[in-house]
Design a protein around this ligand. Structure first.
Ligand SMILES: O=c1[nH]c(=O)n([C@H]2C[C@H](O)[C@@H](COP(=O)(O)O)O2)cc1CO
Length: 145
């Protein structure tokens, strides 16, 4: 299974430790194409785009999104890139799980919360210690479909 993980990069790296936990768990179920999003040494400047530029990052990520069977997004730290990826994934009719931590004090965008449709687009509120069981539940339901 190909898994596309979305997490904030230029939107801010506050949750990178949590991204690592999510990616590690997802790797029990398949190949995470965007493992770099969870790397501790990736700063909010983003990947080194000096050679090919942001267009190369965008085009590679859109190819990976097309290849993916499932999208897992940590959406607590707001990120334009993650919002864009999710919008594109909806058009591609991918199965999507968005994870949000209300303990952050933030209120999730209506464009994400309101996209929940009970079949392809799922939004789960969670606290950090629940993340692994939530992913287990999500991937086991995915295997049945
Ligand atoms: O260097 C990058 N590499 C990359 O893969 N992305 C993708 C993956 C992330 O899920 C998402 C983060 O977007 P943003 O940088 O706007 O927070 O965009 C984004 C950047 C920088 O915008």
């Amino acid at each position: 299974m190909h898994i596309y993980f979305c997490g904030s990069i230029r939107g801010g790296r506050d949750d990178v430790a949590l991204y690592q936990k999510i990616v590690k768990k997802c790797q029990q179920y398949g190949e995470v194409l965007t493992e770099h999003v969870s790397h501790g040494n990736l700063t909010e400047k983003g990947e080194d785009a000096s050679l090919q530029g942001d267009k190369a990052i965008h085009n590679r990520d859109m190819q990976w999104l097309e290849m993916s069977d499932v999208i897992v997004a940590e959406v607590t730290q707001p990120s334009l890139g993650v919002g864009y990826e999710l919008g594109r994934a909806v058009v591609m009719r991918k199965k999507i799980l968005c994870l949000f931590r209300p303990s952050s004090g933030r209120v999730l965008s209506a464009m994400i919360r309101g996209a929940e449709d009970g079949s392809l687009f799922h939004v789960r509120d969670y606290s950090e210690e629940e993340v692994e069981p939530i992913l287990e539940e999500f991937f086991s339901s995915f295997a049945k479909n």
